[in-house]
Ligand binder design. Structure first.
Ligand SMILES: NC(=O)C1=CN([C@@H]2O[C@H](COP(=O)(O)OP(=O)(O)OC[C@H]3O[C@@H](n4cnc5c(N)ncnc54)[C@H](O)[C@@H]3O)[C@@H](O)[C@H]2O)C=CC1
Ligand SMILES: O=C(CO)COP(=O)(O)O
Ligand SMILES: [Zn+2]
Length: 352
């Protein structure tokens, strides 16, 4: 008897374009959400967009509440949960970068409330995903969380954000190349469930972004449009897989480890990009496609070296040799690469 089942949870409304922040109410009212909206944001995104979303709900006769969180942690998730309960929130809107959106989707999941994603930066592919990524001690969890019912991505806001946030989003997408290789490897060697559709979509998203590199330029709002569509597509791949694997392999473990070693290091997307150059080398050796990954990153202006990340060479090696410990996710790092192998991968690829 055939007993397989799958749940693919996707947003109902994905609204992308110039000035669409002003259509947040329309995007939400179609969802039949009831009660008080709670706008969850971090400090800069609150100034840039969160306060505008609150004002919009006030003008429309809702009774919105707001909370500004400072960091991505389980404590922050708990604070949002408690605040939402006290304020009797009916649904949550996460306004900001990856951290604010992750916190909101995890709090919404715990509360059993609807969640709307309002990215203020095209910096990460968690905009649409039903996953939350949060550090805890020596580890980093990738947990199932409430996927957004709607996404409101205003390209005017995204284009005005610092350019490095957009190049970080591009690098998060380019890293899908190696993430999918790790996903396939784990399927072959450890028999983890593998979705052909999710793997193909994640890889195709990276290819399409790289093919559009010439149109991704600072100051062009069209760049935000191209990048956010790729981020949405990559998030959908994670939703199809029911796991972050199509967009998160060894290069992400490396970045998560860097976050532990250098808490205020570089942007998530930039770190995974540099990680991807090295893990592609580990997959295929000197004749592999690590140059293609590096050149794709370089074409959109993302860092390709430790110095470009502002992180010293020793820390890069430490992160690469210990990244496999971050979580139980089989990748090309296996049960750890030796220091010699890490130095070779990092130096041949020019990362150090
Ligand atoms: N759940 C998922 O599937 C995924 C989660 N992530 C997570 O997302 C996080 C990375 O996201 P990021 O956005 O890079 O980090 P972030 O949320 O810390 O944002 C980076 C910085 O950009 C600022 N910022 C955001 N919008 C701005 C604007 N319009 N103008 C000026 N500054 C602005 C923020 O205040 C912050 O200082 C990581 O924690 C990562 O693990 C990343 C990818 C997927
Ligand atoms: O960053 C991600 C995809 O780009 C997902 O990260 P996690 O694997 O930590 O959930
Ligand atoms: Zn990522």
């Amino acid at each position: 008897m055939f007993e397989k089942t799958t749940w693919i949870r996707l947003p109902r409304n994905v609204v992308v374009g110039h000035g669409v922040l002003d259509q947040t109410i329309e995007a939400v009212s179609e969802l039949h959400l009831t009660g008080r909206p709670l706008v969850v944001s971090s400090p800069t995104p609150h100034q840039v967009a969160g306060s505008r979303v609150v004002a919009q709900f006030e003008d429309a006769g809702y009774d919105p509440d707001q909370i500004v969180i400072e960091e991505a942690s389980f404590d922050a998730v708990q604070r949002v949960i408690e605040y939402a309960e006290e304020s009797d929130a009916g649904f949550l809107l996460g306004v900001g970068g990856g951290k604010a959106i992750d916190i909101t989707k995890m709090a919404a999941d715990d509360l059993g409330l609807g969640f709307v994603s309002v990215p203020t930066a095209a910096s990460h592919d968690g905009i649409v995903s039903g996953r939350g990524s949060v550090p805890e001690g020596d580890t980093r969890h990738s947990v199932a969380a409430e996927p957004p019912l709607a996404v409101v991505a205003d390209t005017e806001v995204l284009a005005e954000a610092p350019w490095r946030l957009t190049t970080a989003g591009c690098a998060d997408i380019i890293s899908n190349y190696t993430a999918v290789r790790d996903y396939e490897l784990a399927h072959r060697l450890k028999n983890i469930p593998y979705s052909e559709y999710a793997g193909a979509l994640a890889r195709m998203t990276a290819e399409m972004l790289v093919d559009s590199a010439d149109s991704i330029k600072k100051g062009l709002e069209e760049s935000a449009w191209i990048v956010v569509k790729a981020l949405v597509s990559s998030g959908v791949a994670m939703s199809i897989a029911g796991s972050s694997r199509p967009a998160s392999g060894a290069e992400h473990l490396f970045s998560h480890q860097l976050d532990r070693l250098v808490p205020d290091g570089a942007l998530h997307g930039h770190q995974v990009g540099v990680g991807s150059i090295m893990t592609e080398y580990l997959h295929s050796g000197p004749k592999g496609k690590w140059r293609d990954v590096r050149d794709a990153l370089s074409a959109i202006g993302a860092p390709t070296t430790a110095a470009g990340l502002g992180i010293d060479d020793e820390t890069v090696i430490e992160a690469l040799t210990t990244a496999h410990r971050i979580r139980d996710r089989y990748t090309i790092l296996g049960d750890g690469v030796s220091e010699e192998a890490a130095i070779e991968a990092a130096s041949v690829t020019g990362v150090i």
